[in-house]
Design a protein around this ligand. Structure first.
Ligand code: PXG
Length: 440
């Protein structure tokens, strides 16, 4: 089949998300089909997927089991409501997810994206404290340079300046602990040695606001979107113990880190630290059908459902919570991960990945390299007076050379599908070297 299609002439109707819209129209990058590790561009070129799209196509593109499951599902049960009615696959899927996640996280609230998963998690935290008679615990704590999606809740706890700046006062009382990115950790391999004590910044906020006003702390175990910031060794354990000391819920936003990205079912398992609530999305369905979820401890679920109110205990949900197509896609995705041993495969490939990415150290403008699991970041120095310009150039230069990369400012991030071969890893970084060499 000829993959070429006519490019639509008018590119102004679609207001593209998180995109340089005007620049895109001048230099469009269109994908028209995909299979396994590759996209096909509208000019017929193969594009190696260096980022699992937006960190989400973990099993690779158009995998047969998932495609067939969605096709079957749409014909069998296109939609069924989850408000006061149910359908079996949502229950089966919730149990499967609970089995995959750390012991004690047993109940799953379904949403349709990471942003909705985050908003659900934050509302669950508030409802939990209220149900146990501590309704004054309303403050939500995020972290600088954190990303928790684009809902109002996620934007408020998020810590990326540009994502917050245009939207005025946020809707909820929030505060932020310090980010974990320290200059002395540059070129670390895996989690950096310095900075566990940055978790103590939560004690500062407890002293300022009093623990009795704080409902929850939300962090990404490994911050992806903001440019791959890794937790210093011992940091997450310390955060966990400070939360415990003060009755503050710990939420791990695992939208990127769950489903094999680090070589384990979740970041929680990888790091050996269990949160009270975990958010999921992206890899949950291999991105074929939108889905998100908040997974909560039995204690939280029971407290809210036992004390929340008569009949409906928790007044929150989405029309498409537990959508049958998403459930079918997720079940087939989890089977694919398991059948192909993709999480263990990632763990096995991680050392070669680390070795290869750190060979970029001597390239021009490279000021830091970070890696963990199948995640990597190459940070370029900003061009004088034009921060982000080198990063943006890297996107289109890489695409011209047949590679998809993601960029935050001048940080180039890579996170390929977990089926990537060692040869493709080498191809990816060889292309990236050529791209970096071209950028002045
Ligand atoms: N939490 C985290 C940790 C995320 O990374 C979201 C929530 C929001 O998910 P939705 O499904 O609402 O977009 C995300 C999303 C990038 C990039 O290039 C990262 C995300 C989305 C798009 C691009 O780093 N993460």
């Amino acid at each position: 089949m000829d993959a070429r299609v006519t490019r639509p002439n008018d590119l102004s109707g679609f207001w593209m998300p998180y995109t340089a819209n005007k620049a895109f129209r001048e230099r469009p990058r269109m994908c028209v089909s995909a299979k396994d590790m590759h996209y096909v561009a509208d000019d017929g070129r193969l594009i190696l997927d260096g980022t699992a799209a937006l960190w989400c196509v973990n099993a690779g593109h158009a995998r047969p089991r998932i495609v067939e499951a969605v096709q079957r599902q749409v014909a069998e049960l296109d939609f069924a409501p989850s408000f006061q009615f149910g359908h079996p696959k949502a229950f089966t899927l919730a149990s499967r997810i609970a089995q995959m996640m750390p012991a004690g996280l047993d109940h799953v609230f379904f949403a349709n994206s990471g942003s909705e998963a985050v908003d659900s998690a934050l509302k669950i935290a508030l409802a939990y404290h209220r149900a146990r008679g501590e309704g004054q615990r309303v403050r939500l704590i995020g972290r600088e340079r954190g990303y928790h999606g684009s809902g109002f809740g996620g934007t408020a706890v998020g810590g990326i300046v540009k994502n917050r700046a245009a939207f005025g006062a946020q809707v909820h009382p929030v505060d932020h602990i310090r980010h974990t990115h320290l200059p002395e950790n540059r070129f670390s391999r895996g989690c950096p040695a310095h900075g566990a004590e940055l978790a103590d910044d939560l004690e500062r906020l407890v002293a300022l606001h009093d623990a009795s006003t704080i409902a929850a702390v939300i962090v990404e175990p490994m911050a992806g979107s903001t440019g791959v910031l890794l937790p210093p060794q011992g940091y997450l354990e310390r955060l966990r113990s400070i939360c415990d000391r003060h009755g503050i819920l710990l939420i791990f936003d695992e939208v990127i880190t769950a489903f094999g990205r680090l070589g384990a079912p979740s970041g929680a398992e990888f790091f050996g630290v269990t949160p009270d609530i975990m958010t999921l999305a992206k890899g949950i369905t291999n991105a074929t059908v939108p889905m998100g979820a908040a997974v909560v401890s039995d204690e939280i679920y029971r407290t809210v459902t036992d004390n929340g109110g008569p009949l409906i205990e928790f007044f929150h949900g989405y029309t498409y919570s537990g959508h049958p197509l998403a459930c079918a896609a997720a079940l087939a995705t989890l089977e694919t991960y398991e059948e192909e041993g993709l999480f263990a495969r990632t763990a096995a490939l991680a050392p070669a990945w680390e070795e290869r990415i750190h060979r970029l150290r001597e390239r021009r403008n490279v000021v830091d390299i970070r890696n963990l699991g199948l995640v990597g970041a190459v940070e370029l120095a900003p061009r004088e007076g034009a921060p982000g310009a080198r990063g943006y150039e890297a996107i289109w230069r890489a695409f011209d050379k047949g590679l998809m990369v993601r960029v935050t400012g001048d940080i180039i991030a890579l996170s390929p599908p977990l089926i990537v071969s060692e040869e493709q890893v080498d191809e990816m970084f060889s292309t990236l070297e050529a791209v970096i060499d071209e950028i002045d």
